[in-house]
Design a protein around this ligand. Structure first.
Ligand code: GSH
Length: 199
């Protein structure tokens, strides 16, 4: 059985959401960042991690890609090398472009030591706005990142959307808002959140 390791309500939700989409049984191992428990699975002490037999995978996008590959019949991953390139591009875009302003703002507002904090407010707002425009263009008329199929890319992008909405980042695009509504309304996400809340 898969073990999803991390803190409920964090990027762990990307993993539990993906597992729910795939219909796989899993256990949540509650571990806060930088604790001894988390360091057992993740050399940097950051969550989430996935344990599958003797394999441990860190980093949420890599975990979702691994899970998609493990269950090809669910069609949440690529079917061809071209699709892999396309899906990887989405995952890397989500993490290095879309998530960066969200993460930087959170770190500088709440996580870093006082002495390390700077005002990243204007930069994160401008950067996020640019990346939403990029997301809008990349999506085009598609329902999902990879067209009409919900994939691992939508889990990572959708989680960024949930984060942005929670952190009150303005999403100035009807198309992107409709996309976030569509993916965040998935029953699997509600199930994942309920599982996390219950432990
Ligand atoms: N690239 C990693 C980022 C992991 C990460 O930053 N996780 C947060 C919790 S959601 C954490 O452990 N932060 C602790 C820190 O930044 O020191 C991923 O996508 O899983």
């Amino acid at each position: 059985m898969y073990q999803a390791v991390g803190a409920p309500g964090s990027r762990l939700t990307r993993v539990t959401w993906m597992l729910e989409e795939l219909g796989q049984p899993y256990q949540i191992v509650k571990a806060k960042q930088h604790t001894e428990e988390m360091l057992r699975y993740s050399p940097g002490g950051k969550g989430p991690a996935l344990v599958h037999g003797d394999i441990v995978v860190t980093d949420s996008a890599a975990i979702c890609a691994y899970l998609a590959d493990n269950h090809p019949e669910k069609e949440m991953g690529p079917k061809t090398p071209a699709e892999r390139a396309h899906l990887n591009a989405w995952l890397f875009f989500a993490q290095s472009e879309l998530e960066a302003p969200l993460w930087n703002k959170l770190k500088h507002r709440m996580m870093l030591a006082e002495a390390e904090r700077v005002d990243v407010g204007p930069w994160t707002t401008a950067e996020f706005t640019r990346e939403i425009r990029s997301l809008e263009t990349r999506l085009g008329e598609s329902q999902y990142a990879m067209g009409d199929r919900f994939t691992a890319a939508d889990v990572i992008l959708g989680h960024c959307g949930q984060w942005a909405r929670g952190a009150k980042f303005a999403i100035q695009s009807d198309r992107v808002n409709a996309y976030f509504d569509r993916v965040l309304g998935r029953p699997a996400l509600a199930l994942a959140k309920a599982r996390e809340a219950a432990i």
